[in-house]
Design a protein around this ligand. Structure first.
Ligand SMILES: [Zn+2]
Length: 208
């Protein structure tokens, strides 16, 4: 069971990240019903929602001649370019229906990525690593000391959120069986390997 100081943080359980969506994570829909069941064990539930204006700077379509999954130098650092996804008010930005029970229980829904010029993988900071979403303060106000992360995608928004939870002084747990990865090839491995190296280095644990 979980403590009153635990929060379940459900990252981006949205249709565009599920099979049939514009930035589908393989098998992403398979975790939705298990996450909804898990949420019943938590006193605090937070759900994040990727929420981009049309023409967002993280979309490959916003950069002439660039293709999705290439990287580009942005003023705030290197940025992966994505297919258009989770555009405000579109069906792809909606939550997967199987997660409705967790959304209904949520204390907070944190929308991120609405700044046209800066992406936001993390639930805590925009990708400039400086602009806060307000989540850390909201969790502290509720007495939360441990964040348990689930959702999509394991190696991007889940990983960055868990690492930022550590930066903000929370214990951080990622439940890998309640998450699915993009697994982008990177050097000799993938973005999953890169995320897990950072988990090990920064004290993010992968089971409760
Ligand atoms: Zn996005």
């Amino acid at each position: 069971m979980t403590a009153a100081s635990d929060a379940l943080i459900v990252i981006d359980p949205q249709l565009d990240f599920c099979p049939g969506g514009s930035l589908a994570v393989m098998d992403g829909d398979a975790v939705m019903a298990p996450i909804a069941a898990l949420a019943r064990d938590f006193a605090h539930v937070v759900v994040t929602q990727d929420w981009h204006p049309a023409g967002h700077s993280s979309f490959a379509s916003s950069h002439a001649g660039r293709q999705p999954f290439e990287t580009i130098a942005m003023p705030y650092g290197e940025q992966v370019l994505w297919p258009d996804h989770c555009i405000q008010g579109t069906s792809g930005a909606e939550f997967h229906p199987a997660i409705a029970d967790a959304v209904a229980r949520a204390d907070l829904i944190v929308r991120k990525g609405s700044n046209p010029a800066v992406d936001s993988y993390s639930a805590f900071f925009e990708n400039d690593r400086a602009t806060r979403t307000g989540l850390a303060g909201a969790l502290r106000d509720r007495g939360v000391t441990r964040c348990v992360f689930v959702g999509l995608a394991y190696d991007f928004c889940v990983a960055w959120s868990a690492l930022d939870a550590r930066r903000e002084g929370f214990e951080a747990v990622v439940l890998k069986d309640h998450a699915r990865a993009i697994a982008m090839p990177l050097g000799s491995g993938t973005s999953v390997d890169a995320a897990e190296e950072l988990f090990a280095a920064h004290g993010v644990v992968t089971s409760m």
